[in-house]
Design a binder for this molecule. Structure first.
Ligand code: ZN
Length: 194
């Protein structure tokens, strides 16, 4: 079993696309990443969960429980917990706010690792960390399939691990070299819009 994940594997299943994209942030990019297309095949999700579980163990994060931000983190978080033989806590967005799903909780001092699919700004992950710390849990680190934040340790001082580190440039429309070259732009998953 490979210790990581290659960009080629994401490209092969359409989870990574090259072109000219309008991202949800409004920025332009030549790369688009939709990890759900990788996780859509359960065998791949199980394999990624196994590799992430190894990375968590090797980093000495020693969680008793895995928590993941909705929606992106749920599948990979659950697979990672399965591989580690520990429970998983579901989250959801309720009226825009990240919360633990009803019926779930943690004990004070319980070591927990937060698992995400792709860390971009890290906002959802930080929301979950804040909930867990508010409950008195001991967050020992973060693990993700992909880190595209542009920072090696986006949650410092908390340690984080990723199976794949990528650095995709993004530009404001005025500065986009692809616009300058007249490359048609697409919203990911749709036909070119102009
Ligand atoms: Zn552009």
């Amino acid at each position: 079993m490979s210790e990581g994940l290659t960009l080629q594997e994401l490209t092969d299943c359409g989870a990574h696309q090259r072109g000219h994209f309008l991202l949800s942030s409004g920025l332009h990019s030549g790369d688009y990443l939709q990890c759900a297309l990788y996780l859509a095949q359960p065998q791949r999700a199980a394999r990624a969960g196994g590799v992430l579980a190894n990375a968590i163990a090797k980093a000495g994060l020693a969680p008793e429980i895995i928590v993941a931000p909705a929606m992106g983190g749920l599948i990979i978080g659950h697979e990672t917990a399965r591989a580690m033989g520990i429970p998983f806590v579901f989250t959801e967005r309720a009226e825009g706010e990240m919360v633990l799903r009803r019926g779930f909780g943690l004990e004070r001092g319980q070591p927990v690792v937060v698992v995400e699919d792709v860390v971009t700004t890290g906002r959802s992950t930080r929301e979950v960390i804040s909930i867990l710390e508010g409950l008195g849990a001991d967050v020992t680190g973060v693990a993700s399939i992909v880190n595209r934040s542009g920072e090696a340790q986006p949650f410092a001082p908390l340690p984080s691990r990723a199976l794949l580190e990528v650095d995709f440039p993004t530009w404001a429309a005025e500065e986009c070299p692809l616009c300058r070259d007249g490359v048609p732009i697409a919203k990911p998953g749709s036909r070119p819009i102009k």
